[in-house]
Design a binder for this molecule. Structure first.
Ligand SMILES: NC(=O)c1ccc[n+]([C@@H]2O[C@H](COP(=O)([O-])OP(=O)(O)OC[C@H]3O[C@@H](n4cnc5c(N)ncnc54)[C@H](OP(=O)(O)O)[C@@H]3O)[C@@H](O)[C@H]2O)c1
Length: 101
């Protein structure tokens, strides 16, 4: 929650959570969706955890074993990096948005 606050995340913003199926990421996904009222929540995980992401409220579940999230045309207001991929994370954020890691 502190990360979301420091990133300036607010209602109506979109977010990409790197490592959305982990201990940190799964909480960030749920906070963003259910407490902050995110407009869209995307998250990365491996193939076997995509259904878990969806059950947590993720709108766009990205399989990091098959897709490079930083190459997607869609950009996000906030990228929350719970994996340690800062170099790639900056490529997925909108102009004026922020990355938290
Ligand atoms: N837990 C805490 O209280 C806490 C507090 C402060 C900081 N941290 C830090 O936050 C980070 C995450 O901790 P955690 O407790 O959430 O770890 P965790 O529960 O072990 O989760 C790590 C997640 O990262 C995913 N992952 C691995 N490589 C990935 C990749 N390339 N792209 C996307 N996802 C990937 C794994 O998914 P797959 O199994 O699908 O690969 C797994 O779900 C660590 O650096 C930790 O030191 C944790």
């Amino acid at each position: 929650m502190q990360g979301l606050e420091k990133a300036g995340f607010s209602s109506g913003n979109s977010i990409l959570v790197l490592g959305g199926a982990g201990g940190v990421g799964s909480l960030v996904v749920q906070l963003a969706k259910q407490v902050y009222g995110a407009s869209k929540v995307a998250a990365t995980a491996s193939t076997g955890k995509l259904e878990l992401l969806k059950s947590l409220g993720v709108d766009l579940a990205i399989d990091y074993t098959k897709e490079n999230f930083e190459e997607l045309p869609e950009k996000f207001d906030v990228v929350y990096d719970a994996v340690g991929q800062g170099d790639k994370a900056v490529k997925a954020v909108k102009e004026g948005g922020s990355v938290w890691s």
